[in-house]
Design a protein around this ligand. Structure first.
Ligand SMILES: Nc1ncnc2c1ncn2[C@@H]1O[C@H](COP(=O)(O)OP(=O)(O)OP(=O)(O)O)[C@@H](O)[C@H]1O
Length: 936
């Protein structure tokens, strides 16, 4: 006879025997005060757990079963975290005998409160959307240690406020990540396009944006409000009353909540009224929706001016495929994908934010590079560190949950606290292995991180935890495993009621296993006990060895479902036993929660050392990831000088995508030659080259090695790109408008320290206008010392090098080869960059020829092109005098522009102008007079 795959006893985990002489009431637990609970007396049943991935299981692993409110012993008199403990015995007695209905309600306390609280005066509702109603805040800790996606799912709430009257344009922002207890404040002046706010918001990638209700008064919304709502269509948007944007309250919040290590932030922000106002509204709102308050002195609060990092606007980030691939948003063919070998959610979040906001401080970058170098040279250090780091969970999120005090005690909150204490223990136990792995490191940054691990508080917390929590309680994958860990987390003999409840639980689980085993024997079926967070215990049977239609299964099997070759079902008895199991669990969680709360209140004063730990872990993880990327490809350590010089650099994403290594190219840009015009036929590699330079620049500025044989960079304070993306589905006219908006943004914001990449500007309009626009833009950018790369098909532009010595023409070579079989000429792309402008003519037609365009069409196109070219030449044929006039006009325009832009004093300006005039007379000896416009 086939037996169920289940063992009701196991040597390592002896089940509490039903023969222990206790009588069991069908309704409730039985008690045996003489028995001592040991950590080993856990349910011995071996089940196939249909586990949800830890990252998705939310607060307490079994989200489905944890929703009703815990009965609260003194709901209104809770002075501080864990203060129920004094009342432990009375409460325990109360609850064991009682009414602890677990899982009866389908909505969590938070869910239940949410709609009600929306009606309070805090929220004025949103005239346009009601997105926030659908948001279920995730306070619980996600244990996913590898999923970068869950690590980056939006969890940031941002409050934005703008000054009024004369202060319009002064922006205050405050943001908090629900997975990371850190508030970032910023205040800055923005221009009328609000480019900085939009960029900052895009980098934060918020879950929700909060603004004052006065910003969207009916029929009179501010421009900032309109722009934000237009740009963040998929983000929940909430307006709250202006009175909550209160700078005095903001300062009070910071004084109350900021941990001592970061309290200098107070000095930085005390006169920055707008960011103070924003933080007041933000914290009020977060406490309100989270139904919890942050514990005093628990938050890391930082002020972040915009000058500490390089600015990359959101469309540039998209063009460069920093985080999202333009062709396929699901794959990771992005810079993030190239560099992401992180092992923890914190490391991956840190990498993401660094890519979007690279550093500008050379010293810090070099310190990071030193670390990467050491990791590359010392294999033992690299592998030792990587193996410890990969065992860390999401420390930031753990901290975030630990520093929040729920306003209401729910089963969710209880379960979550127990889980988090187990995670805390797991995390602290990794500090010593991390120290051992780092003990021989040399570079200052690694030594500094090693030093931060010497903090005595890690040991103090761990010791305290170990007095209450079992040594073998640890984080485990699988919801049933984690449930067992939670049940048996607290040592035995701390609370006798708890010990009894756990024995009861063990017996119920063993009974379930026994019952399923008996059913298997009864029907001669290969039944297995399985568990899922949604169903609890259920029965599974594979159809491999037995082919049985659903209707021939015994009638006592109910709720039958079939997935692939496996039946899942339950029985009425099993449902009842599951209920009893849940009931007993609820008691266990509740008593454990009280013990955990007391413990947390004792260790709370030391918990801030976790900020250091999470910082250390995420930084080490990112640096290891950089080193890992280097081991897979021959990257080189970058230098920082005044020159952008890359020897044989290649595109890192293209390398990842293609089977062969991309063709490498050189780049050389200095202040004296800071404007590169790049030409070449279609498909010759222009856009790829532009992107490659920006990607290398970003990699260098975050402290990574770069894909080249040698590289030197000038720090870029901003990186701007205008690169058309292939997935543009807009119409031609709107493509043009998009182009114009992007270029206007660059012209408004670029300065001498920018890196600017412009690809095919003016292609959305006719040739003459396109050239005109390109010319004007080039002339403007030439007045800056920015490093600019300008790729174009307008060969007319290349002649600008005659007027500006800092312009350099480069082109991509192609070769023409005879295809003997077809008797046609084919183009061979070399992807090699050379000096000068391209000599290729009609390459559009050649590209069309090799494409699948019908030959007759190509032939027609060729004829029409010849005719049009002839006509244009006739029209353009001009006299030498006309050419001189044109040159005069250009020179005049330049003079006026120089005069306007010049920072020179009047005397120097006069000398400069007279020199130019002299040069002009030499160049055009027959022209007598400088036009009136210039004199002016
Ligand atoms: N350095 C390189 N090594 C290998 N392949 C390359 C290189 N540069 C470009 N390619 C390949 O050539 C294709 C076309 O390159 P790219 O889009 O940069 O050309 P382009 O000159 O900008 O074309 P267009 O003018 O039509 O926009 C790329 O998708 C890539 O597959």
């Amino acid at each position: 006879m086939l037996r169920p795959e289940i063992s009701s006893t196991s040597p390592s985990a002896p089940a509490v025997s039903p023969s222990s002489g206790e009588t069991r009431s069908p309704q409730g637990p039985r008690y045996n005060f003489g028995l001592q609970e040991t950590p080993q007396s856990r349910p011995s049943v071996q089940v196939v757990s249909a586990s949800t991935p830890p990252g998705t299981s939310g607060a307490a692993g079994d989200r489905s079963s944890s929703s009703s409110s815990l009965p609260c012993p003194a709901p209104n008199s809770r002075p501080a975290q864990g203060s129920y403990f004094g009342n432990k015995r009375a409460y325990a007695e109360n609850t064991v005998a009682s009414n602890f209905t677990f899982g009866a309600s389908s909505s969590s306390a938070r869910d239940t409160n949410y709609p009600q609280t929306l009606k309070t005066p805090l929220s004025t509702g949103n005239p346009q959307r009601s997105g926030y109603k659908s948001w279920t805040p995730q306070v619980g800790y996600s244990a996913s240690s590898s999923s970068a996606i869950s690590a980056h799912s939006p969890s940031v709430i941002v409050a934005v406020v703008e000054g009024r009257g004369l202060a319009r344009g002064e922006i205050g922002m405050a943001s908090i990540d629900l997975k990371n207890p850190q508030i970032i404040l910023s205040q800055f002046a923005d221009n009328t396009t609000y480019a900085k706010v939009i960029t900052k918001l895009k980098i934060l990638s918020p879950l929700e944006i909060i603004m004052s209700n006065t910003a969207c008064a009916v029929g009179n919304s501010t421009k900032l409000f309109t722009l934000i709502t237009e740009n963040f269509k998929n983000v929940n948007f909430t307006t709250i009353q202006r009175k909550y944007f209160n700078e005095t309250k903001g300062l009070e919040y910071i004084e109350q909540l900021c941990i001592a290590e970061f309290s200098t932030v107070l000095m930085e922000v005390q006169s920055k009224y707008y960011c103070l106002a924003a933080v007041a509204a933000l914290l009020k709102y977060v406490e309100f929706i989270q139904n919890s308050v942050y514990a005093p002195k628990s938050l890391k609060i930082c002020f972040q001016g915009s000058e500490q990092t390089a600015m990359i606007d959101s469309s540039s980030a998209q063009n460069l495929e920093l985080l999202i691939n333009n062709q396929d948003c699901r794959n990771n063919h992005t810079l993030f994908g190239v560099l992401n070998y992180t092992k923890t959610p914190g490391g991956s979040r840190r990498l993401r934010s660094n890519i979007l906001e690279p550093l500008v401080d050379i010293e810090t970058i070099n310190m990071r590079l030193d670390c990467v170098q050491e990791l590359l040279q010392d294999e033992e250090l690299f592998f030792g560190l990587q193996s410890v780091i990969s065992r860390f969970l999401d420390t930031e999120q753990l901290l975030s949950v630990l520093v929040q005090i729920p306003k209401q005690d729910t089963v969710n909150a209880a379960e979550s606290k127990i889980t988090n204490l187990i995670y805390l223990k797991h995390t602290l136990e990794l500090v010593d292995p991390l120290k051992i792995a780092m003990k021989n490191c040399n570079t200052p940054l690694l030594r500094a991180y090693y030093g931060s691990l010497e903090d005595k508080r890690f040991g103090i917390i761990l010791e305290k935890i170990k007095t209450v929590i079992n040594d073998d309680a640890r984080y485990m994958k699988g919801c049933l495993n984690m449930r067992t860990q939670k049940c048996y987390a607290v040592r035995s003999n701390i609370n006798e009621f708890l010990d009894i409840a756990r024995r009861t639980y063990t017996e119920i689980v063993d009974d379930i296993a026994g019952m399923i085993s008996q059913l298997g024997e009864k029907y001669s079926l290969p039944l297995r006990t399985s568990f899922s967070s949604a169903r609890g215990f259920f029965i599974q049977m594979t159809t491999d060895c037995i082919a049985l239609p659903t209707d021939q299964l015994p009638s006592e099997f109910i709720k039958i479902s079939k997935v692939k070759n496996s039946y899942s079902f339950t029985s009425a008895d099993l449902i009842k036993m599951n209920e009893r199991c849940q009931e007993s669990l609820r008691e266990i969680y509740h008593m454990t929660y009280m013990i955990v709360c007391k413990l947390l209140s004792e260790i709370y004063e030391h918990i801030h050392c976790l900020y250091k730990l999470s910082d250390t872990v995420s930084m080490l993880d990112m640096l290891l990831s950089f080193a890992h990327a280097c081991t897979l490809s021959d990257y080189v350590r970058p230098e920082f000088t005044d020159t952008l010089a890359i020897k044989q650099g290649w595109h890192p994403i293209l390398e990842k995508i293609s089977a062969e290594k991309p063709i490498a190219n050189n780049t050389y840009i200095t202040e004296g030659s800071n404007f590169l015009i790049i030409t070449g036929p279609n498909m010759s590699g222009k856009s790829t080259y532009l992107k490659q330079i920006a990607l290398c620049q970003i990699m260098a500025q975050i402290g990574s090695y770069v894909p080249a044989e040698y590289s030197s960079f000038r720090i870029a304070k901003q990186i701007f790109t205008r690169i058309s993306t292939d997935d543009d589905i807009e119409t031609n006219s709107s493509t043009f408008m998009k182009e114009m908006k992007e270029i206007a943004y660059i012209l408004h914001n670029a300065n001498d320290k920018s890196l600017i990449l412009i690809d095919e500007l003016g292609r959305g309009t006719n040739t003459e206008e396109g050239i005109g626009i390109c010319y004007a833009v080039c002339e403007y950018l030439l007045s800056l010392k920015a490093f600019t790369l300008f790729a174009t098909h307008f060969l007319e532009l290349c002649h600008i090098d005659a007027l500006y010595p800092n312009v350099e023409n480069m082109h991509f070579e192609v070769q023409h080869v005879k295809n003997t079989s077809r008797n046609k000429e084919a183009i061979l792309y070399t992807y090699k960059l050379s000096k000068g402008l391209t000599e290729e003519k009609n390459y559009g037609l050649k590209a069309a020829e090799v494409s699948s365009l019908p030959p007759s069409i190509v032939l027609d196109a060729k004829e029409i092109t010849t005719q049009i070219t002839r006509q244009i030449l006739q029209n353009q044929r001009s006299t030498p005098e006309m050419e001189r006039q044109r040159a005069v006009y250009h020179l005049a325009t330049r003079l006026v522009q120089t005069a306007r832009n010049s920072q020179l004093d009047p005397d120097s300006l006069r000398i400069y102008l007279s020199n130019l005039k002299k040069k002009y007379k030499e160049d055009f000896p027959r022209t007598e007079q400088v036009p009136e416009k210039t004199e002016e």
